[in-house]
Design a protein around this ligand. Structure first.
Ligand code: 0O2
Length: 212
């Protein structure tokens, strides 16, 4: 594929990422209004870089004609939550939706990776309406806490710096840091009610100040 072909190939994925970002941001705002608390803290999305698609297709021996089905995270959405319990709630909301269907899930929270990586992944099929008609695209939705996201972002950039050959001592420190993030999440869960109460009264106060 040359540059123009890639541009055309990625169009439906770009559309899917834009639409899904809007949908999950809307879900966040709706829940905030309805339930005074949103399990979604913030949402990001990206289309996988061409170099990463090529690297993954080589690594997994996926021929170019099969990458639409073989690489499931060309369109990627990340949903960040405050608490681990929120992840299960958001996953259930996604399962209930009629505008996408969940193909399968990977629970890297219960079965965390050797690296220390924790996150909940859902592979969904999402229909985009293009000028040529409807096209079903695969997207990966990663749901994680703020602590899991902090760890994954740092680990990802270190892997990039060391070109996936992390020195052993850095690997060990990262594993310890992942455990620390896990403990942090558990501690936050144990004082969840106090945190939520504090956030509510803080928001009530700022609303009063705004209305004055
Ligand atoms: P990006 O965002 O393209 O730069 P794979 O892990 O890719 O061999 P699989 O089964 O498709 O195979 O992947 P998986 O594990 O469901 O999800 C891949 C994505 O999950 C990665 O995308 C990361 O975003 C995230 N991920 C998985 N394992 C780790 C990990 O150990 N550390 C970090 N930081 N992220 C992880 P890409 O392709 O790496 O990223």
């Amino acid at each position: 594929m040359d540059g123009r072909d890639w541009g055309k190939f990625l169009l439906p994925y770009e559309q899917a990422v834009e639409e899904l970002k809007v949908k999950f941001k809307t879900m966040r705002n709706e829940l905030k209004k309805r339930e005074e608390y949103s399990p979604i803290e913030f949402v990001t999305g990206r289309v996988k870089k061409i170099s990463s698609i090529l690297e993954k297709s080589r690594r997994l021996h996926i021929p170019m004609e099969d990458i639409e089905q073989g690489i499931e995270d060309i369109a990627g959405i990340r949903i960040m939550c405050q608490f681990v319990e929120d992840i299960r709630y958001v996953a259930q909301l996604i399962r209930n939706r009629k505008d996408m269907s969940v193909l399968y899930e990977k629970d890297y929270i219960t079965n965390f990776k050797d690296s220390g990586y924790r996150s909940f992944h859902m592979i969904v099929e999402y229909p985009v309406q293009t000028a040529l008609g409807q096209k079903l695209v695969l997207a990966e939705i990663q749901i994680r806490t703020l602590a899991m996201n902090f760890w994954a972002t740092i680990e990802h950039s270190l892997n990039y710096k060391f070109r996936d050959r992390l020195p052993e001592d850095v690997k060990e420190r990262l594993k310890k840091a992942a455990e620390a993030a896990f403990i942090l999440d558990n501690e936050m869960t144990s004082i969840r009610h106090e945190i939520l109460d504090a956030q509510r009264s803080f928001e009530d106060k700022s609303r009063i100040v705004q209305n004055c």
